[in-house]
Ligand binder design. Structure first.
Ligand code: UD1
Length: 329
């Protein structure tokens, strides 16, 4: 049976497809290519270009021998979600509702959902456990939390099980250089710092130097994208074996400050990065680090790339590849 990967042409989705193809899975990708790239989809997967809002298409794809869905498609920019919340409730919440409904109607029982640490908002206790209060600070976080709630209710009512994976800060690229973070105008710290190191941008802004953290800058739990998608593959195996629904944090349980990340990019690239200290960015938390025991215990997950310099070196290699690629275009 095939696995449907929605958003499989995007950053995390394209790594998922590489992982599944390598594991010998039959993979169908559904992606509207609004932020993804057809060239990012591994050749062995079948790419269907279309939108999740097209319920006929979704039904058709699911009915063609799919037994599991890994759902990445959605919008992910926190400040944009504040400016245009209804876009997020459409792309993330409504489209997820339609997809879950289509799964129930076509008898697809296994669902893996791309959730986020943004459901916790500004956690009061760090590291933050899955049982911590859920108080998203943005429509992005709310739109994902609403999807988690729909999944829980559906699993209670139907023959349907899900795994919701709450990602912390995903970074890095495929260690073999087959795919990476390719979105233009990305705002994520490691990507932006790599761009600055390679001269693709003049400088890097540090948003906030007065946080209650050891060096005053924000602390995050950066997880390598290859380890993250491996957690999905293990979650898929567990669901197929009849595992029950579960919600799991995906991080390493280790926090790094913005300054530590910049130092790592300087160290690994051998280049200096011009830094501008700026005020805090609206909506940012001071410290977001996962309690990441359950994912190891439930899935038998054991990360291979849990080292900041390794994450940075893979991100840098991809950034160099993109520069070559764009030159060739
Ligand atoms: C947030 C969400 C995450 C979501 C992601 C999508 C939370 C807890 N996390 O991550 O779920 O997937 O957005 O966009 O809500 N920084 C700088 N300069 C920069 C960029 C970032 O100083 O140019 C700092 C930020 O202030 C923050 C850290 O670096 O302290 C990480 O920021 P970023 O990479 O943007 O991710 P989050 O905002 O943590």
């Amino acid at each position: 049976m095939a696995v449907l990967v929605t958003g499989g042409a995007g950053y995390i989705g394209s790594h998922m497809v590489v992982n599944l193809v390598e594991a010998g899975e039959e993979v169908v990708v559904l992606d509207n290519l609004s932020t993804g790239f057809d060239w990012a989809v591994a050749g062995a997967a079948r790419l269907v270009v279309g939108d999740l809002a097209d319920t006929d298409l979704v039904h058709q794809v699911l009915a063609e021998g799919v037994d599991a869905v890994i759902h990445f498609a959605g919008s992910v920019i926190v400040p944009e979600s504040v400016a245009d919340p209804l876009k997020y409730y459409r792309n993330n919440t409504s489209n997820t509702r339609s997809l879950i409904e289509a799964c129930v109607e076509t008898g697809v029982k296994n669902f893996i959902f791309s959730s986020t640490a943004a459901v916790y908002g500004d956690p009061q206790t760090v590291p933050v456990a899955e049982t911590a209060p859920l108080r998203p600070l943005s429509p992005y976080g709310s739109s994902k939390l609403m999807s988690e709630i729909m999944l829980a209710d559906t699993a209670a009512a139907h023959d349907f099980a899900y795994t919701a994976l709450r990602y912390f800060n995903v970074a890095g690229a495929d260690p073999e250089g087959r795919t990476g973070q390719s979105t233009a105008k990305a705002t994520h710290l490691i990507k932006v710092a790599c761009e600055a190191a390679l001269g693709k941008r003049e400088r890097l802004s540090i948003f906030g130097t007065d946080y209650d953290t050891p060096d005053g800058t924000g602390v995050r739990d950066y997880i390598h994208v290859a380890d993250l998608v491996e957690a999905h593959r293990l979650a898929l195996a567990r669901l197929r074996a009849g595992g029950s629904s579960v919600v799991l944090n995906c991080g390493y349980g280790e926090g790094y400050s913005v300054r530590q990340v910049i130092d790592a990019v300087r160290r690994v690239s051998g280049r200096d990065i011009e830094v501008l200290e700026e005020p805090r960015r609206a909506g940012d938390s001071s410290k977001v680090v996962a309690l990441a025991e359950a994912v190891r215990h439930e899935l038998g997950w054991s990360p291979r790339y849990d080292d900041l310099d390794t994450i940075v070196s893979h991100a840098l290699a991809w950034e160099r590849h993109l520069a070559q690629r764009n030159k060739a275009c």
